[in-house]
Ligand binder design. Structure first.
Ligand SMILES: NC(=O)c1ccc[n+]([C@@H]2O[C@H](COP(=O)([O-])OP(=O)(O)OC[C@H]3O[C@@H](n4cnc5c(N)ncnc54)[C@H](OP(=O)(O)O)[C@@H]3O)[C@@H](O)[C@H]2O)c1
Length: 202
């Protein structure tokens, strides 16, 4: 995966769109390769998340997707020349808006579709026709297929973390009894950073 990211950025593609938190990691890797990107954020911790994305993680732009009346217009505002690479973690209306804003020969890596989790009637995607005229490639992946690269990944990340090139934020709930609330909070964006639950202190 690291190799494909590197080669993607060697092509000097101008703009990419990523979303938090697994996306934090992707953004950090991309940041090391020098690029521009924007992220979407949430309403409750809106200012905090948006500022965090720009100030701590070094994104060129960030916006709160919950406050945008029209996601297609919002993306056009942040990506006036279109999107080359989209790391898909959201699905639903965001994916539809992204498809309309993709550039020719753009690529979409599909990691997840968190907006559709638990829905009995998942939202349909309306703009898939964009794949044809824009020659867009869209491909899913599962991390376990690349588990052999994990030691290489740890070495890579450890080095850059120690060099201060990687920022990481955790949102820690203390105690197993708080795990259900932490889990439920994920679906409303209550957490800021990776949600973890501390079950014991050594
Ligand atoms: N392919 C794989 O190997 C693999 C592995 C693990 C996980 N996944 C998938 O990756 C996805 C994300 O997992 P995660 O652990 O990164 O989740 P996470 O830490 O909870 O982060 C989810 C992110 O999506 C955003 N989000 C949630 N609903 C949204 C919506 N309706 N519109 C726009 N953004 C929205 C959240 O933003 P706010 O906080 O601002 O709401 C948050 O930044 C899931 O679908 C999961 O199943 C895939």
């Amino acid at each position: 995966m690291l190799d494909s990211m590197r080669s993607a950025h060697r092509r000097k593609e101008s703009l990419s769109l990523f979303l938090l938190h697994r996306e934090q990691l992707v953004r950090l890797l991309v940041n090391l390769q020098s690029s521009m990107a924007a992220m979407s954020s949430e309403v409750l911790e809106q200012m905090r998340k948006v500022e965090l994305l720009k100030d701590k993680f070094g994104f060129d732009a960030a916006f709160n997707y919950k406050e945008e009346p029209d996601l297609t217009v919002a993306l056009k505002r942040y990506f006036p020349e279109g999107i080359d690479i989209y790391f898909e973690n959201v699905g639903g209306p965001m994916l539809d808006a992204v498809l309309l804003n993709m550039r020719m020969h753009g690529r979409i890596a599909v990691c997840g579709m968190v907006s559709q989790h638990g829905m009995t009637d998942p939202a349909g995607i309306h703009n898939l026709f964009c794949l044809v005229p824009k020659r867009i490639s869209m491909k899913g992946f599962i991390q376990s297929d690349y588990i052999n690269l994990f030691p290489q990944f740890v070495d890579y990340m450890t080095k850059h973390y120690k060099d201060g090139k990687i920022a990481y934020v955790e949102d820690m709930s203390i105690g197993l009894e708080n795990a259900p609330a932490a889990f439920v909070g994920l679906f409303s964006g209550k957490n800021v950073g990776k949600q973890v639950v501390c079950v014991s202190q050594e």
